[in-house]
Ligand binder design. Sequence first.
Ligand code: IVH
Length: 667
Amino acid sequence: MAKDAKKRIEQLRCEIRRHDRLYYVASQPEISDQEYDRLFAELGSLEKANPQLVTPDSPTQRVSGQPLEGFATSRHAVPMLSMDNTYNPDELRAFDERVRKQLAGDNYGYVVELKIDGLAISLRYEDGALVTAATRGDGEVGDDVTSNVRTIKVIPLAILDGPKVPRILEVRGEVYMPTSAFTELNKLREEAGEPIFANPRNAAAGSLKLLDARITAERNLAFFAYATGELSEPLANNHYESLERLKKFGLPVNPHITRAQDIEMVIDICLKWSEKRPDLDYHIDGMVVKIDRLDQREMLGATGRAPRWCISYKFPAERAETLVESIDVQIGKSGILTPVANLTPVQLSGTTVKRASLHNFEEIDRLDVREGDTVLIEKAGEIIPQVVEVKAHARPARNVPFEIPTKCPNCGSDVAKDPDGVYIRCTNPDCLGRLVERIKYFAGRDQMDIEHLGSALIEQLVETGLVKSFADIYRLEKSQVAELQRMAEKSADNVIQAIQMSKTRSLWRLIAALGIRHIGGQSAQILAEHFGSLDAIKKATHEALEAVDQIGPTMAASVYEYFQNPKNLAVIDELVEAGVKPEMPKKVRRSGKLAGKTIVVTGTLENFSRQQVQQAIRDAGGKPSSSVSKRTDFVLAGNEPGSKIDKARKLGVDVISEEQFLQMLKG
Ligand code: IVH
C-alpha cells in the first residue's frame, strides 16, 4: 500500500508541476482549475496519510508554518552587480561606441529586455531543487528569503528536466507584484484601515521581507528570470539561448525579449516600449540592453559595480494632464500645514491619482498653482505624484492666486512661520487635527502597529472626545467603540483586541510612536538597545545620548529635550498606568558560547528545525548564514547535507556534527 502511495504521490507531483508550468510559464493551461484542485487535494490527502513521504519540493510544501525571528544572511557565489543608466538615444549610441571600440572589429549583437520594476533576487538550485533564495542586498551579501520565495507560485521548487539541469544552477531575476494584484491589495488594506503601499515595487519588497511566509503567500507575487549566477556548466554560449534554456526548465522568462543587430534597432525597441508600457500588467521603469555573446561579455568585463556589457535605458517619468479641483490644507503630526491638490482622477503609471502633494506654500508660489488650473503631474519613479507644471495660458480668468492661510484650517488658531521660513505651523498644541495625526502615527504599522485602528476610526474617536491622548486608546471599551458610526460588533471586538495586543510591543516601537522629532524607527531601535529600558532613556544625560553610536547631536538634543518636558513625562506615565508594558530588548549577546561566529547549517538535524537552530545560534551570540564563504567559521552538517560541505572543504572551513554543536552550546 505504502509503495502504491509513493508511486501515486510521485505521479501527482509530476503532473502538478507540469500543469504549474503550463499555467504560469507557458500561459497554456491544459486542465480546468477544478481539475487542478482535485489533483492537489489528492496529493494533499495522500501525504497526510503518509507523512514520511513528504519532501520539501512537493507542491504542497510551499508555505511553511512558523514565522521567522529574522533573516539569515546569504553570500552570493557570484556578486550581483548593478547597472549603468542612460536616458536618451544619444547616450545609448555613446554606449554602443564604447562597446565597438573594446570589441575591436568583432561583430556583436544585443538582446533588449524590459526593465521590470521590482526587486532582484538570486535563486539557487542544487540537483534541481530550490535550496536558497536571497535578495540582492549590497550585491555581495543579501537576506535569505527562501521561505517567502517558496510561496511564489511561478517559481518552481523543483526543476523537471532531470539530467540536463546543471547540478548547480543560480537563476537571477526580478520579483514583482502585478499591477492588478497591487490595486487589489491596496483596496483591501484601505478597507482594513491599514497603510497602503505607495507603488507595486514597495509592495513587492514589503511582501518579500515579511517574517511570516503565510502572509507572503497571499500577496500574489510573481517573477521573471533574466540572468544566471553560479553554474556548474554553461547553459549556452549566448544570453538569448540561456534564457530559452531557463524557460525549458520551467522558469518564467518575460515574453518580450528581442535580439537586435545594431543600436538603432535597440533604440527603436526602447522607444516603442516607452509608449506601450501602460498596456502591461506590471511596471517597467526602462529597458535593459545586453550584449548577447557570453565570450564578448567576458572581454568587456566590468567597471567597479557595473558590467560594461549591459546598460539600462530609463524611461522619462510618466506625466499626465489633469485639473486641480481644489487645494486643501492638511495638518501634520508636528503641526505643519501642507497644501494638497485634489485632482480630477487620472491614470498614471498604472495607478489612479486623485491627489498630489504641493509640499509647502513656497512651492505653491513658485509654481503659481491655483484652484481650477490645468496641470501636469509626474511620478518621478517614487511614491507621491508631483505637480510639475501649470498650464497657465489655459487658465480661466476667475482662477485667483492661492492664499496662504493665516489660521489653522482645523482649530482656527493663529499660524506661525518656522525660522527657516518654509514651513507654517499651527500654534495650538492642543489642535485636534494635529492630535488625529499624532494618534494615526502612534498606531501606525511602523510604530505601535495597532491593526484595525485606521484613519476614519481615529478621526471619529478624536471628534467624539473619546481619545484625547495616547493613553486614552488603552482606556477604550468595546461598547464605546461599537457605538460609533459604521462599527459592527465584530469590528469593535477586533479593534479592542488589537489595542490590547499592542500593549506589549517592543520598546523601540513605543519610542518611535511617541513622535519625538528626528527619531524614526531606526534610531528608536538604537536607543532601545543601548539603554534597555524607558526609564534609562528618560534619565539619560545629554552627554550619554550624544555618546550613543549613530545618534547624532540633533537627535540627542531632541530626545533630551523631549524627556525634560514634564508634559511628555506625564504622557508616558499615563501610558504605563493604562497598561502599556513594552517588551524590553533582548540583550545582544556579545559574550555567548558562539559569540561572533558565523555558522552555516546544511542538511536536516535531529534536535532542531531550521528555524530553531538559527535561533539557537543567535541566542548563543552567533550569526546564522546560508552560504559558505571564507568568512564562515564553521558548517554544521546534519543528515543529507548539500554541496555546502564540499564548498566548506574547498575553503578549509571546519565542518562539525550536530553532536559537536550541542557540545559547543553546553561548552
Ligand atoms: S540584468 C548586471 N535584466 O534592474 C546587472 N536586470 O538597475 C544584471 N532589472 O538590479 C541585471 N529587469 O534588479 C537585468 N531584464 C532585466 C532587468 C533587470 C529589471 C533590475 C535588476 C537590477 C536593476 C538594475
